[in-house]
Design a protein around this ligand. Sequence first.
Ligand code: APR
Length: 247
Amino acid sequence: MADTDVRSLAELLAANKGHAVALTGAGISTESGIPDFRSPGTGLWNRIDPMEYLSVDALYARPETFWQYFAEVFGPTLAAQPNAGHLALAKLEAAGFITGVITQNIDGLHQKAGSRTVYEVHGHLRTVHCQSCGRTYPMSEALAQLKKEPIPHCSECGGRVRPDVVLFGDMMPAAFSQAVAAVERSSLVLVVGSSLTVSPANSLAFQTPHLAIVNREPTPADGRADVVLSGGAGDTLSAVLRELNLA
Ligand code: APR
């Protein structure tokens, strides 16, 4: 990671102070022990087909298999802790450089790191809701039920419950239109840890005059970015904090 690139990113953030928003993906959470989806070799989708096992169709057609994979893949995430990348974005928000974080992640680590404005465009792991009566429960309760039953049910009406995450085939939540509005108010999007391959979230990287990308692998938006840094999110964003005297 060249110091000039870190300096360029710090200068871009300073020049767009208060008019920048971060857009994060699974790559910012790998340093918290959560595998991402598409990294060569380690990405989850290298070994699990999400359309087959973790889509809306899978939830309705094969609920037992859905919940088995869901618990295996996302259960460990509930215990994860934020890393230097999450903490750096929280500091950039507190110091007024960014207005908040748009995240494709469902792990809640931005909030745990202290970020105040977080747009969870793919939902979150905190709760499930009953598909019959709408009652909401903590995800921990649904996962505990799975130890005794093949699929979790609503304790109120006995209906089936589903996670409050956006599955392949779901409509986008209100948080996505809020994220679009946040980008429209911005002049810089700072992408951290996303392959930018899943729409419509990836379209947010193409809407502002300025774009910065921190990602180990190339992305489809690299060609229009002011700055592209291929280092690790934690190290890179920590170096940016030092450059801005926020460390
Ligand atoms: N630092 C920087 N970049 C990293 C790091 C790291 N420590 N670890 C991984 N990366 C990069 C990878 O190189 C990869 O390009 O992060 C990117 C993660 O990309 P994906 O695995 O595709 O994750 P994401 O972009 O968030 O996927 C979007 O796809 O399956 C759906 O709903 C799921 O929200 C997810 C969406």
